[in-house]
Design a protein around this ligand. Structure first.
Ligand code: TYM
Length: 332
């Protein structure tokens, strides 16, 4: 809560091509809060450098992620859309919160364990303290709700613990945020290995449907999706591939799992996969068209970045100033 306004905050890393997991688990849900909440949605470039990035690609993806926010329906007049590195208070508060976060807490983070296994040659300190920067993002804006996919829940819970610890020492500093996890799209799985999360860093492009994939590619990827040796479209334990496709179909059509079972009763996997591909391609087509228009005007995107950074800084400065005062830092 910031001056009587409820606050929604979330972020996406510009570290790869965004997937339908990012779309269904997070971005699509961001605009649900635009009316009732003061909303901040950030392109978290400082988080992205915890794994090695190509500078030209990082720069391009930062523009693209901002354009995708807008193409997915986030109106920059109703939401503060900005780039993390444009608001220096994030890094400053992260340092302070590092001193109120325990080594043991960070060691338990499953994303750190996964990413350090994947990038064994670069287990840097930033990868380890990543969740503290994420806590700083959220707490700077006195956030009430954080819409994320289920993989980020543990980080938001750690953020709550850090906020509560800090508030105990220095009462009423931070709002303690709640993660909001949409039930339907909370965990979209890989099409090739449906027990694994769909991830933008997957090396197998066929495992992942990108928001910007063209129609034929989308349909082809769903056609190749790994399923099982049965033929009936039903949601059941052990049918991870079909469960995932049913979840995706349900997200794009708003149909319940029971309705989907009824719709495809006796119709086989081939027909079902084609239908999933089609609803996905239909839903993404207008997003892609709008994305291309927005990306064509770089100076408009830069103006948007500037406006977003100015708005965000106003809030960030207030919280950081309050924290520094409570800690005993001298103001000159
Ligand atoms: P990132 O960039 O990995 O993902 C962005 C959002 O997409 C969700 N997501 C998924 N949801 C469902 N199924 C999937 N397969 C899937 N893959 C990704 C993520 O849960 C996330 O909501 N640490 C964050 C970025 C961040 C942030 C924040 C989020 C930085 N600061 C403050 C919220 C608040 C991350 O790496 O997300």
């Amino acid at each position: 809560m910031f001056q009587d306004q409820l606050v929604s905050y979330s972020g996406v890393q510009p570290s790869g091509n965004l997937t339908i997991g990012n779309y269904l688990g997070a971005i699509r849900n961001f605009s649900l809060y635009s009316e009732k909440y003061k909303c901040f949605y950030c392109v978290v470039d400082e988080h992205a450098i915890t794994v090695r990035q190509n500078p030209a690609e990082l720069r391009r993806r930062t523009y693209e992620t901002l354009a995708l926010y807008m193409a997915c329906g986030l109106d920059p007049e109703k939401n503060t859309l900005y780039v993390q590195s444009h608001v220096h208070e994030h890094a400053e508060l992260a340092w302070i919160l590092n001193c109120y976060t325990m080594f043991g807490e960070l060691s338990r983070m499953t994303q750190f364990k996964d990413k350090s296994a994947k990038h064994a040659d670069n287990i840097n300190a930033g990868l380890f303290t990543y969740p503290v920067l994420m806590a700083a993002d959220i707490l700077l804006y006195q956030t009430d709700v954080v819409p994320v996919g289920v993989d980020q829940k543990q980080h938001v819970e750690l953020c709550r613990d850090i906020a509560e610890r800090f508030n105990q020492l220095f009462p009423e500093t931070f709002t303690v945020p709640e993660p909001i996890i949409s039930q339907s799209g909370k965990r979209i799985m890989s099409l090739a290995e449906p027990t694994k999360k769909m991830s933008k860093s997957d090396e197998n492009a066929n495992a992942v449907v990108y928001i910007l994939d063209d129609r034929d590619t989308i349909i082809r990827k769903f056609k190749r999706a790994v399923t099982d040796s049965e033929t009936s479209v039903r949601f059941a334990e052990g049918k991870d591939g079909i469960n995932n496709l049913m979840t995706i179909y349900s997200c794009f059509t708003d149909k319940s799992l029971e309705d989907i079972e009824r719709e495809f009763d006796g119709r086989g996997y081939g027909e079902f996969k084609r239908a999933v591909g089609e609803v996905c391609a239909d839903a993404l087509a207008p997003v892609q068209a709008r994305f291309r228009e927005l990306l064509a005007d770089k100076s408009a995107l830069e103006a948007q970045m500037r406006k977003g950074a100015e708005e965000a800084s106003w809030y960030a400065r207030r919280t950081l100033g309050k924290v520094q005062k409570k800690l005993g830092f001298v103001k000159i």
